[in-house]
Design a protein around this ligand. Structure first.
Ligand code: NI
Length: 192
């Protein structure tokens, strides 16, 4: 299964990378382009430590309210920022708020990665709750959504990783999860 962290990088991301390294676990980071420049070192470190770097738009707009040109700009500028910081060009996109449709999906032009477990960590900000949900709810091939911009989410991460390992899960990146499967641009994964 795959742990995913959205909306960073931010002030807690370095600590999260420390925890993931300690636990020998891989994650996928859906980053905002506007946050990349101030944290270029972290973005480079993610790549070096085996995590997946992925695109979550430039500034987190509701993409369905933008023109197709506006959508393409959100995607392209973030691709460029991540590539400039790390040398890695993302292949996966997660639409902010999960908001997309056929037109937006076509403008994005990348596979759209949703989730099977929403931790709702942005709402509850509770380490105990974040840990409980992240350990109990995932099923095989699951994709779990957290945000590394919230301290309680990062604090829960080592407990989540330990609990999932106890349940027998292997933590992989989203691309590793779908290895051998041809992901199509504009389509939603997991099945939505
Ligand atoms: Ni987001």
């Amino acid at each position: 299964m795959a742990l995913t962290f959205d909306d960073g990088p931010g002030e807690y991301t370095a600590h999260l990378l420390d925890e993931l390294k300690q636990a020998d676990a891989r994650a996928t980071f859906f980053m905002l382009g506007q946050n990349v420049h101030a944290h270029r070192d972290l973005v480079r470190r993610m790549a070096a430590e085996g995590h997946e770097l992925a695109n979550h738009s430039w500034s987190h707009p509701q993409l369905t309210s933008l023109s197709s040109a506006g959508v393409r700009s959100q995607v392209r500028r973030t691709q460029e920022a991540i590539k400039e910081a790390s040398g890695v060009e993302p292949t996966l996109f997660r639409p902010p708020y999960g908001a997309t449709d056929a037109r937006v999906g076509k403008a994005i032009g990348m596979p759209l990665i949703m989730w099977s477990v929403d931790s709702l960590d942005w709402r509850y900000r509770s380490v105990a709750r974040n840990a409980r949900v992240g350990v109990r709810e995932p099923r095989r091939d699951g994709v779990v959504l957290y945000h590394d911009i919230h301290e309680a989410s990062v604090e829960a991460a080592p407990k989540v990783v330990a609990g999932l390992k106890r349940r027998g899960f292997t933590l992989v990146t989203v691309s590793e999860l779908y290895q051998g499967k041809q992901l199509k641009p504009g389509r939603l994964y997991p099945k939505w």
